[in-house]
Design a binder for this molecule. Structure first.
Ligand code: NAD
Length: 285
């Protein structure tokens, strides 16, 4: 478990459900829960909150043993829209209280992330969300919401894997007491081919995925790997009983690359869609 700056805690390993479609989600989530995962990471944008809700209800675990993260869609930013979008997400998940609610992307060109953050603060005050945080926020976005509202996010969920380590942003997180959550912790599978990590895995009699996930845990991040395969799910949670040496850490630190990012750049993401919509409106008026 990792302690957050609001006094709550989250498991350090979770299960991501992006790209797991509605038809398969209940079965995949049941397999993950049986393997031991207790933190489920979804988002309104993944289109599978309702099946996550069905799966969790079927598992019938005590609520205190379950941690559910969901995220606000970019299109729902803004104070009132956020309040409504939260109600819709909670209804789809069949939960009265969400454990962690995140602003999915800052979308700075919408100029709405500060008021959106105020809505999350209000939801937390009302007791509808246990912890509030953000995703894909850069240092500038983080500092703006902290300085304008006085409330520091508990978590920033960011792209983080051996080829893209975001050390400067992680230093900012540490300065403000923000927990780093790593999305695409296995680099969407690309990190698994690295011969230097394979050498560490062979020496430790572990798999490459286990070495990478163990690296996330030892560097203090929460990792949320995704797999729809039962054997891999079990492999990805079997991270205890071994450790990495300082030399292993140095080897992995050396794999960081300036061009290692896989996903979009948060400073620009969301802009294209708005530009397209404005261009369409201009051309049709
Ligand atoms: P990931 O790094 O978890 O990699 C998933 C890929 O690796 C899949 O193809 C899977 O089959 C493969 N894999 C998993 N375990 C393996 C193993 N043991 N051996 C071999 N292959 C294995 O990438 P992801 O799915 O992009 O990210 C995980 C989660 O992060 C998502 O499900 C989602 O919840 C979250 N996420 C969040 C954002 C965001 O903007 N906040 C963006 C992307 C993903």
């Amino acid at each position: 478990m990792v302690l957050l700056n609001d006094g709550h805690a989250l498991p350090q390993l979770g299960f991501g459900v992006w790209q797991i479609d509605n038809a398969r989600a209940p079965e995949v989530i049941a397999t993950a829960m049986n393997a031991g995962y207790r933190l489920i990471d979804t988002a309104a944008n993944y289109g599978n909150e309702a099946s996550v809700g069905v799966a969790l209800r079927r598992m019938n675990l005590p609520r205190s043993q379950l941690y559910v993260t969901t995220k606000l869609r970019n299109e729902d930013q803004g104070y009132d829209r956020t309040m409504r979008a939260f109600d819709a997400s909670a209804a789809r998940l069949q939960l009265d209280v969400i454990d962690l609610y995140l602003i999915h992307w800052p979308c700075p060109q919408r100029a709405a992330y500060v008021e959106t953050w105020r809505a999350l603060i209000e939801l937390q005050k009302q007791g509808r969300v246990r912890s509030i945080g953000v995703s894909n926020f850069t240092a500038d976005h983080l500092e703006r919401i902290i300085h304008e509202t006085g409330v520091t996010p508990a978590v920033n969920q960011i792209e983080l894997h051996p080829a893209f380590q975001q050390q400067m942003l992680r230093n900012i997180h540490e300065r403000y007491g923000i927990v780093t959550q790593a999305w695409s912790p296995l680099g969407q599978g690309r990190a698994l081919d690295d011969p230097r990590i394979r050498a560490i895995a062979e020496r430790s009699s572990r798999t490459v995925a286990q070495v990478i996930l163990r690296w996330h845990l030892e560097t203090g991040s929460i990792a949320i790997p995704k797999s729809a395969n039962a054997a891999r799910m079990a492999e990805n949670i079997d991270l205890f009983g071994f450790g990495l040496t300082s030399n292993d850490h140095a080897v992995i630190a050396g794999l960081d690359r300036p061009d290692g990012r896989i996903g979009p750049d948060p400073a620009a993401y969301g802009q294209m869609r708005i530009l397209r919509r404005l261009t369409r409106r201009f051309l049709t008026t």
